[in-house]
Design a protein around this ligand. Sequence first.
Ligand code: DAH
Length: 342
Amino acid sequence: MEDKIKNLKENANRILNEITSTQELEKLRVEYLGKKGEIVELLKGLKDIDKEKRKKIGESANKLRDYINEKIEKKKIELKEKEYELKINSTKHVDLTVPININVGSLHPITIVQKELEDIFTSMGFTVEDGNEVETEYNNFEAVNVPKFHPARDMQDTFWLENGQLLKTQTSAAQNKIMRKYGAPLKAIFPGRCFRNEALDASHENTFFQMEGMMIDENVSISNLIYFMKSLLSEIFKKDVTVRLRPGFFPFVEPGFELDIKCPYCDGVGCKVCKHGGWIELCPCGMIHPNVLKMGEIDPNKYSGFAFGLGLSRLAMMKFGIDDLRLLNGGNLKVLKQMRIK
Ligand code: DAH
């Protein structure tokens, strides 16, 4: 019996030395330490030998089991390390000195401007809302105080779907939904793509981008509107801008204004950007019409607010010095690459 133990130990050691994978190791474990393994068989045989020897051999057999177990565990760690090393050596190394591919894509100029504005507005406590591109006639016109036969509809001819819906002509189309969603007080902006049936030229496109904003609360007045617009535009142009208001007609605001800024590029002296007029017409705005508040389920006797519509396409043209609106949607990479922000 003692010889058998000795042989088992030698055999196990020999096999352990030859093993090169965890699968082989597992096989060895089952063979020696498994339920029907060599050690169990050995212990079973103890009952046939006399009592005095049994204790000693029993101890030797248990020692052998612990010995093999320990060896297997050690071998396991060794093999795992080797396998890991092999894996690392077989994967290709990344060469950090290779120049990056300069043909990677970049954000569209309008997206760049939109993101900048969203940052400014969210820092002022506004939420950013989504609007639809396909809208109902009600949201696009009725809910912003432009009933069916109102002449203002003529200025916003658009593309109609067979089901009576339309491609939205203005971001104002989301006003009603947002008022109903949040109620008052409310501070939200909603950027989006708009569509109109236009005769195309350098400043008219069938597809363009706007960003609408609304602020509604108790006691909001024109002074708030002017102060807010001035701070906002100063942030956008990164300098203190001078604003002026002219009366403007938009059915959803009363009073309504055209807001101009003194040209930030020439300080009002006259340049290409302001077409030598010294002022740039930038942002129509006004105090939200009581009818519009009512349709949005907000009580006009308690709340008032202002709304404005920023032309994102227009701002992108100014920022990147583009003089033809059509270039923004043209998808010409030679043009767009020049407006990449690094
Ligand atoms: N929705 C108008 C347009 O597309 C722009 C506009 C004007 C938005 C005045 C406003 C506003 O919120 O108060 O022409």
